[in-house]
Design a binder for this molecule. Structure first.
Ligand code: FEO
Length: 387
C-alpha cells in the first residue's frame, strides 16, 4: 500500500488475537503497522507482533526484492511492535537500528543484546538523513512506555506517531463505528493514565505541518479533516475534559433490586431532559467500553451492593480501572444497596480520595433490599440534580 510516493505500508492484520495486551477484547482484530521509506538509504519503521514476523519480512521482501534496508527505526519496544527486531537483524546483516537509549536498554532485556556495533542512538532533536528525507526524532516518553520516540519526516510532512492515534481493529475490516469509538477505547484503556505526557506530545505536534499520520495501529490518517479531528479528540481525552454531555450509570446487581433502581433512575434522567443516558452492567458488559464511557461523559452514577464488608467485586475492579487512569474532572453519584448495613457510597467515595476535581452528588440513593417510597424519592432527587 502506497502512503506517499516514497512511503509504503508493510504491516499486518491479526484476526487471531482475542485479548490485545492481555486484557482488551478486540472482536475486529488488530493491526500492527510498519512502514518502509524508499530513498537513497531505505528505512523501515518498526516491526510487528511475534506471530506475524515471517509475514512482515515477506512484505518487506516483496517490496524491496534484493535491496536490503539500511535502517530499522524502533520507536517503541512493547512486543507488539518489537518482536521482529532479531529476525530483521539476522535477515539484513548490514542494517542498523535507530532508537532511543532507553529502548536499547530494553532490547538487552528482551533479546539479550542491543546490537552494540549496529546501533544508532537518537534523542529529541536528532535527525537522520536518508537522501531527500530527513527524519526528526521527537521524545514521547510514556506515550505509552518511557522509551518511546515518534518521528517527523520533514520531506513528506508525515508523523510516524508510534502508539499515538492508534485504534483497535484490523485494517482490512471497515469499522462500522468509524474511527472515534475504538480509538477512544484504545486511548483511554492503554494511554489514559498518561494525559500529561500526551498533552506534551500534542504541543510538540502543534508546531509541525502534518499531512499524514502513520500510527502503529489502525488506519493511516491522511486528510486535513481526519488529522484535525484526531488532534482535537486527543486534546479532549488527554486533558480529561468532558467529551459528551450525559450520564453513565454503571451498576452491579445480585438479585435485580439494584438493577430496578438503576432502570428507574435512567427513566427519570431521560424524563428530566438528560441529553444521553448510558447504562452498563459491569458483570456482563465489556468493561473497557464502560471505562471509555466514564471518561467520555461528565457525570457517572455508581450503583452497587455492600459485599463482604466492601463493595461488589466488579464495581471494585471498575473503580480501580478509573482511578489508576487518573480519573478526574467529573461528577459522581451513588446508588447503594445493603440488606442490613448499606455502606457502598461511603466506601466508593473513599476510593476516589486521591482523584482530582471530583464532585460528589449531594443526593445518594440508599436501598435496604427493594425499592420503596423513600428510595424512589431519592432517585427523583438524584435525577433532578444530574439531569
Ligand atoms: Fe502498541 Fe504500547 O504498544
Amino acid at each position: 500500500m502506497k502512503i506517499t510516493n516514497d512511503i509504503r505500508y508493510v504491516g499486518v492484520n491479526d484476526h487471531d488475537v482475542d485479548l490485545f495486551e492481555g486484557q482488551y477484547p478486540v472482536e475486529r482484530g488488530m493491526a500492527y503497522n510498519s512502514y518502509v521509506v524508499l530513498d537513497e538509504k531505505v528505512t523501515v519503521f518498526d516491526t510487528v507482533d511475534q506471530n506475524f514476523v515471517d509475514e512482515w519480512l515477506g512484505n518487506i521482501k516483496s517490496l524491496l526484492g534484493a535491496t536490503a534496508p539500511d535502517y530499522l527505526v524502533v520507536q517503541h519496544m512493547e512486543p507488539d511492535h518489537s518482536a521482529g527486531i532479531a529476525a530483521f537483524m539476522a535477515a539484513y546483516p548490514t542494517a542498523k537500528i535507530v532508537s532511543s537509549g532507553p529502548a536499547f536498554a530494553m532490547m538487552v532485556g528482551f533479546f539479550g543484546t542491543d546490537w552494540a556495533d549496529r546501533k544508532v542512538v537518537v534523542k529529541e532533536g536528532d535527525t537522520l538523513v536518508t537522501g531527500k528525507h530527513t527524519f526528526a526524532f521527537v521524545g514521547a516518553s510514556m506515550v505509552h512506555w518511557p522509551e518511546v520516540i515518534v518521528t517527523y519526516d520533514t520531506c513528506d510532512k508525515v508523523l510516524f506517531s508510534a502508539d499515538g492515534f492508534g485504534k483497535f481493529g484490523a485494517n482490512d475490516i471497515e469499522d462500522p463505528e468509524g474511527w472515534d469509538c475504538e480509538a477512544r477505547r484504545y486511548y483511554i484503556g492503554i494511554v489514559g493514565k498518561y494525559g500529561v505526557q500526551t498533552m506534551n506530545l500534542l504541543k510538540k505536534a502543534a508546531g509541525l505541518e502534518i499531512k499524514t499520520i502513520c500510527p502503529l495501529h489502525g488506519p493511516v490518517l491522511d486528510t486535513s479533516e481526519t488529522i484535525g479531528h484526531a488532534l482535537q479528540q486527543y486534546t479532549t481525552w488527554a486533558s480529561y475534559a468532558v467529551e459528551s454531555e450525559g450520564v453513565l450509570i454503571a451498576y452491579t446487581s445480585v438479585y435485580g433490586h439494584t438493577k430496578a433502581a438503576v432502570e428507574k433512575l435512567a427513566a427519570a434522567l431521560k424524563a428530566k431532559g438528560c441529553p444521553k443516558v448510558v447504562v452498563a452492567d459491569l458483570a456482563r458488559d465489556e468493561m473497557f467500553e464502560t471505562i471509555e464511557d466514564a471518561f467520555r461523559y461528565g457525570k457517572i452514577v455508581l450503583a452497587t451492593t455492600t459485599y463482604n464488608g466492601g463493595i461488589f467485586p466488579f464495581m471494585k475492579t471498575f473503580v480501580h480501572h478509573l482511578t489508576e487512569r487518573n480519573y478526574q474532572n467529573r461528577t459522581i453519584g451513588f446508588v447503594e444497596n445493603g440488606a442490613w448495613a448499606p455502606q457502598a457510597a461511603r466506601i466508593l467515595k473513599g476510593m476516589f480520595e486521591n482523584s482530582k476535581n471530583i464532585t460528589f452528588a449531594a443526593n445518594t440513593v440508599t436501598l435496604k433490599g427493594a425499592l420503596n417510597a423513600t428510595s424512589e424519592a431519592q432517585i427523583d432527587a438524584l435525577a433532578s440534580e444530574l439531569a
